[in-house]
Write a protein that binds this ligand. Structure first.
Ligand SMILES: [Fe+2]
Ligand SMILES: [Fe+2]
Length: 189
């Protein structure tokens, strides 16, 4: 983490691997619900917490504030279109799915059985959306950034990323949420 040569894009690709493992957990928990099992609400809230704090604040936060902003500013119309109409719209749709999932869990707790539909629809919808989003970033968007941003810009992104990672590590964010992936994966696989 203190390596001055940190490659921020590689770090984000590595984070995608943890996020994709949690997407599988969301699918599996949804399948259990579909089969009629009683939902473990605490586990669902842990999944939502992972999505909010790790996937959205920690990971999408870095993308939006450190990398995508530079692509919008420095890579012309193509950069603007890919980021604004592509990546940012999808981050936002992800937030919508999570808000709906939260509401549906509350509804089910109140005894509204039909809310199971919305739990499954939003958990699986989120998992599918994010899986495709991650593929686009790994194979197209990040490649485009590496190819087209100047060496100076990429170095700046790396430095800012390193500072952010250190701050988050002081709060224990990375270790907490990586442990949570392990914990839930053991239960839902
Ligand atoms: Fe993203
Ligand atoms: Fe991403």
């Amino acid at each position: 983490m203190n390596n001055p040569e940190m490659n921020s894009i590689q770090l984000m690709i590595d984070e995608h691997v943890y996020i994709k493992r949690m997407l599988q957990v969301l699918r599996k928990a949804s399948f259990n619900l579909l089969k009629g099992e009683t939902p473990d609400y605490d586990d669902f809230y842990k999944m939502i917490d992972f999505v909010k704090t790790y996937a959205d604040d920690h990971h999408h936060g870095k993308e939006e504030k450190l990398l995508f902003n530079r692509m919008e500013e420095e890579l012309g119309d193509t950069g603007k279109v890919i980021i604004k109409q592509g990546m940012l719209v999808e981050h936002d749709m992800g937030r919508f799915h999570m808000a709906e999932l939260r509401k549906a869990l509350e509804e089910l707790k109140k005894g509204n059985e039909e809310a199971k539909l919305d739990i499954i629809a939003n958990a699986v919808g989120y998992a599918n959306l994010l899986a495709r989003h991650i593929d686009k970033e790994d194979n197209v968007v990040y490649r485009f950034a590496e190819r087209e941003l100047t060496k100076e810009t990429l170095e700046e992104v790396n430095h800012q990323c390193q500072a952010f990672e250190a701050k988050q590590a002081e709060l224990g964010i990375q270790s907490k949420y990586i442990a949570l992936v392990d914990e839930l994966e053991r239960k839902y696989s």
